[in-house]
Design a protein around this ligand. Structure first.
Ligand code: NI
Length: 201
């Protein structure tokens, strides 16, 4: 491979540093993306995908890599067990399925479809090592723009709805612990096995 071509490929890959709870970038409202099709946005998304894969996460919001823009990426498999509903690392016995469809959503908006609420365990790459039980609207419709500038509009439930709400919360400066009603259900992921039977079924 020619040096220039090699350089071009590697110049497009970078694992970014993830901001952790307490960093101000995670507590502020992010700005809208002016042009979803801009090359620098594509570059940012490529780096975010690399970063998410490396950290074994299911979703990542731009503020988590210190970029205060309204942009999220996530992978939403059709079905997952309750304790695996986490953005962050997996337990020892479970690996996240990175073959699930990957979505990049720019300037996202969420519409809650009904009063249904569902509880599930969440993790966050910005809150490493912890899991929390969070109740959220179970059925949503969301929309936003893709990297091609085209409108993406979908209905979602289950893990899909949870991960989108979790990621969009990041754009409004919210981390999942602030969504928890019962803080006693904030636990270390190494202890999550004690809750597995309680949340099964
Ligand atoms: Ni998160």
């Amino acid at each position: 491979m020619a040096n220039a071509a090699r350089k071009a490929i590697f110049a497009n890959m970078a694992i970014l540093k993830i901001a952790r709870m307490g960093h101000p970038v995670l507590a502020q409202a992010a700005r809208p993306v002016a042009d979803p099709t801009a090359p620098e946005i594509r570059h940012l998304v490529n780096d975010m995908v690399e970063t998410m894969m490396d950290a074994n996460g299911a979703g990542l919001a731009a503020p988590q890599v210190h970029v205060p823009l309204r942009l999220v990426i996530f992978q939403a498999p059709a079905e997952r067990t309750d304790l695996s509903q986490q953005e962050g690392g997996m337990g020892e016995t479970e690996k996240f399925d990175h073959t699930a469809p990957l979505t990049c959503l720019i300037n996202p908006e969420i519409l809650v479809l009904d009063a249904g609420i569902e509880g599930g365990w969440e993790g966050c790459l910005s809150v490493p090592g912890l899991r929390g039980f969070v109740e959220r609207p179970a059925h949503i419709r969301y929309r936003g723009f893709g990297l091609d500038g085209k409108l993406i509009e979908r209905s979602a439930s289950g893990f899909h709805a949870r991960v989108v709400q979790h990621e969009v919360d990041h754009l409004d400066g919210r981390l999942y612990p602030s969504r928890m009603r019962d803080i006693s259900k904030l636990i270390f992921e190494s202890e999550a096995r004690h809750f597995a039977t309680a949340s099964d079924g």
